[in-house]
Design a protein around this ligand. Structure first.
Ligand SMILES: [Zn+2]
Length: 80
């Protein structure tokens, strides 16, 4: 979960929603990568137009995707 300063709109805190770990920020930029999920549940869901947003640290991301039946599609962007 990302917390922004109300006035400056600067990112002031990033916490992994899964394990609660606080990621280190340097000048408002996380020094570790995070997986940000932001989804808007539409009318066909039971969540009727709710927007859900969460962030995962890399180790929680790895643990969660390890349980997937179909792994995430991975593209090496250094080759683009
Ligand atoms: Zn975590």
């Amino acid at each position: 979960m990302k917390t922004y300063d109300k006035d400056s709109k600067k990112l002031i805190r990033v916490v992994c929603n899964c394990c609660g770990k606080e990621l280190t920020l340097m000048d408002g930029i996380p020094v570790e990568d995070i997986c940000s999920v932001d989804t808007l549940w539409g009318y066909f869901s039971k969540k009727d137009m709710e927007r859900h947003n969460f962030d995962l640290c890399e180790s929680c991301y790895d643990k969660i995707v390890a349980g997937f039946k179909v792994p995430p599609k991975i593209t090496d962007t250094t080759e683009l």
